[in-house]
Design a binder for this molecule. Structure first.
Ligand code: AHG
Ligand code: MN
Ligand code: MN
Length: 340
């Protein structure tokens, strides 16, 4: 090909669909269902991205007028995202049960022969909806425990994070990205709206061993255990940068790219922490470990916590390895563990 033509037809990069198909060989035992399931999530993410982009125009900002099972006010976009993801996962046919931050109970999709279950926070950071700030979606995929062909039970969905076969997030920010892992590293894809595809833009993402960004809700500082307060003081004395978006996905994404730590310790109002083990913490813990970082509740690896209820909360300290280890040392100096 002539050089002048070449420059107009250079590769745009690999699409999410093609990347997933090529990685099918990472799962010699799987028959392509997991790949299809990841594609279903990618499709729902595009639909939700469109709803978010147009929310101001089509009147779906603001509260929906209901509360979710954690007693938080649902926004209209929470409801839209929840419906879109559950519908994509149900109709895709690869999932027998879904649990969602926005649903009280486990949803039986009726796909009796499906092998997988999904836990999802359909819209993360909903307080950002009305103010044009970043939002996210967080998902975890597990293999079901009960035999294929039978109705799913709570045993299928109450699994430890170590059992995840894939997890990821979508960030609806200044660009729209999908980041996921299947336990073979972390890869990030940026949405090219002109062709309607996610394109690999961040291959093999690595968490910096150390960092200088710290993210937590300043208003809660005096509720935190002493060891955490010491760590915050240490960050300030070292003139680290404080950054807090109020959407976990966005805070996590920035710290993953730049090196940093996110903390949501217990507070008086939320004695077990605010974030949800099944819908938020497990997926991000799997991703950060795959990228070389650490995720703990202050006492144990997030991934090793045995869940006992769907909407269980846990403290979260997650990010660059050296920073998280420093927090653990400071907790230990006060003989504290964050987890109750
Ligand atoms: P969600 O919108 O899914 O309920 O999650 C909100 C979470 C998380 O995204 C964020 O990090 C945290 O709440 C912020 O909490 P505070 O407002 O208490 O800081
Ligand atoms: Mn959330
Ligand atoms: Mn949410």
């Amino acid at each position: 090909m002539k050089a002048d033509v070449q420059k107009y037809v250079s590769s745009i990069g690999i699409t999410l669909d093609r990347f997933i198909s090529q990685r099918q060989s990472d799962f010699p035992y799987a028959k392509g269902e997991l790949s299809q399931l990841l594609r279903d999530i990618g499709l729902a993410a595009k639909v939700v991205n469109k709803a978010i982009m147009n929310s101001g125009l089509i009147g779906i900002e603001g509260p929906a007028g209901y509360q979710n099972s954690s007693g938080e006010e649902q926004q209209k976009l929470d409801v839209v995202a929840n419906v879109r993801f559950i519908r994509a996962l149900t109709r895709g046919g690869e999932v027998c049960a879904v649990i969602s931050e926005e649903e009280e109970e486990m949803i039986d999709t009726g796909n009796r022969h499906a092998k997988y279950v999904v836990a999802i926070d359909p819209l993360d950071g909903s307080s950002n909806i009305d103010v044009n700030m970043p939002l996210g979606t967080i998902f975890s995929i597990y293999r079901r425990k009960t035999p294929v062909g039978t109705p799913p039970t709570l045993e299928d969905v109450l699994q430890k994070g170590t059992e995840q076969v894939a997890a990821g997030y979508v960030i609806y920010g200044s660009s729209n990205m999908l980041v996921y892992t299947t336990g073979h590293g972390v890869n990030g894809f940026t949405y090219d709206f002109s062709i309607g595809e996610y394109i690999l833009s961040h291959p093999n993402m690595q968490s910096k061993e150390n960092g200088n960004i710290f993210s937590y809700n300043e208003g809660n500082l005096y509720d935190f255990p002493k060891g955490i307060q010491d760590f915050i003081e240490y960050c300030r004395r070292n003139k680290f940068s404080a950054r807090y978006v109020g959407a976990l996905v966005a805070d996590f994404h920035r710290n993953l790219l730049k090196g940093g730590i996110f903390l949501y310790p217990p507070t008086k109002k939320a004695p077990q922490g605010k974030l949800r083990l099944m819908f938020e913490c497990n997926a991000l813990a799997f991703l950060i470990e795959q990228a070389g970082g650490v995720a703990t509740d202050g006492k144990q690896r997030i991934l090793e916590i045995q869940p006992t209820e769907l909407h269980q909360r846990c403290p979260l300290i997650i990010g660059s390895k050296t920073m998280v280890e420093k927090v653990l040392q400071m907790l230990e100096a006060h003989q504290e563990t964050v987890a109750l």
